[in-house]
Design a protein. Structure first.
Length: 361
């Protein structure tokens, strides 16, 4: 049934709007440089599809492996890659990172220079409902990726999408890569910490080169519908109440997708990094009530807020120390929460308008 839905969504693919591309025009390939072969697992998702935009613009050959699961509407993912599928340097494999045959099929056809591993079951709260599934996809799945890389004649660099959630509940101060991560508060957070650990083991035993990037609450066009900014936007737009867990003073280091993608791209360029863990955040946490205010202003509508007790698994604050990212990746996040939310809301409203137009036909 899922596949039928997906096919239908593809057939009428234009009814859901394409997210605003991060492309700035022109072609990014450096003259004379070798065309890189890059695998992006989870390449149809929110972060993955933006990264693919960037890599194709740069001139890389990109393969994605994605199982288009139903964590959220898969037609959104097809829409994310709508422009990619026509690109001559883009190739898509539909498969599961846990499935050895799917993985062997992808790796037997290509000699990758870089593997960016983003495929995962994302989300803290949903992980509480099915911990074993989260561990299966995120940890076993990562091990399958590591196993394939270990077999390669020329081992590609692995860039892994980890998460700020590994830091657990912390005082209101900056999180540094050297901090202990032995108290994750959710199965999702534990799965990311475990994935970093098995990646280190692979580095130690096989010499695999690894960069684990800890993303801090990523937002922007195409954001997953389960994440707060997207969810709240939808509810405010539809005049429905939003549930705020706690008193609205929880703080997050929201990071705009364009800044995250710039950091991931720079990580793919690292030569012989060994094993590095690097925070990618904005390093300017804001309180939830400010995010709601920005959404209200961008939408021109007031939110109806229902306060609820804090949720198990949620951390009270996140705050990235990005000194290492600045140093190793020349990373310089530049998008404020306000302008990022404005851009997100423009994308959201354009998508709504297109959906409504399609419904009228
Ligand atoms: N979005 C954030 O704020 C955030 C923060 C920290 C870390 N991350 C991590 O970044 C990565 C990307 O997150 P996202 O927000 O783009 O999520 P997403 O759900 O939009 O993207 C993940 C993609 O992986 C695919 N996938 C899931 N299980 C798979 C499997 N078994 N085999 C193949 N493909 C599979 C999904 O279909 C999806 O397209 C994830 O690893 C996530 O844990 C995201």
């Amino acid at each position: 049934m899922g596949w039928k839905l997906i096919k239908a969504a593809r057939a009428i693919g234009s009814f859901i709007l394409e997210g605003r591309s991060l492309r700035t025009g022109g072609h990014g390939k450096v003259k004379g440089s070798k065309v890189r072969q890059i695998l992006v697992t989870g390449g149809a998702g929110f972060i993955g599809s933006h990264l693919v935009d960037r890599l194709l613009w740069r001139g890389d050959r990109v393969t994605i492996l994605d199982n288009f699961n139903e964590f959220y509407d898969p037609s959104v993912k097809w829409d994310n890659i709508q422009t990619h599928v026509q690109h001559p340097k883009f190739h898509m494999e539909r498969g599961d990172i846990r499935n050895i045959y799917d993985m062997e099929s992808v790796f037997s056809k290509n000699e990758f220079d870089v593997v960016v591993h983003l495929a995962a079951m994302a989300g803290v709260r949903p992980s509480l409902k099915d911990p074993a599934f989260y561990i299966d996809v995120n940890v076993l799945g990562t091990q399958r990726v590591l196993d394939q890389i270990a077999k390669c004649r020329h081992k590609p660099l692995l860039v892994f999408g980890s998460s700020s959630s590994v830091y657990g509940a912390r005082p209101d101060e900056m999180f540094s890569e050297t901090d202990s991560i032995d108290r994750p508060l959710s199965p999702y957070a534990a799965s990311k910490a475990a994935s970093e650990a098995i990646a280190f083991a692979a580095h130690h035993t096989t010499g695999l080169q690894v960069v684990a990037l800890r993303f801090f609450t990523v937002f922007g066009p195409r954001q997953r519908p389960d994440l707060a900014i997207h969810k709240f936007c939808d509810l405010i737009y539809n005049g429905k109440p939003i549930e705020v867990y706690g008193d609205g003073t929880s703080k997050r280091d929201y990071t705009f997708i364009k800044d995250i993608v710039a950091g991931v791209e720079k990580a793919t360029d690292l030569k012989e990094p060994g094993f590095e863990i690097i925070n990618l955040g904005r390093s300017e946490p804001v309180v939830l009530s400010y995010v709601i205010e920005c959404l209200e202003n961008a939408l021109g509508k007031k939110a109806i807020i229902e306060y609820k007790p804090p949720q198990v698994g949620d951390v009270p604050n996140t705050f990235a120390n990005i000194d290492k990212a600045r140093k190793l990746l020349n990373y310089a996040p530049s998008t404020s929460i306000k302008s990022g939310i404005d851009e997100f809301v423009q994308w959201y409203l354009a998508r709504k308008a297109k959906q409504k137009a399609a419904e009228r036909v």
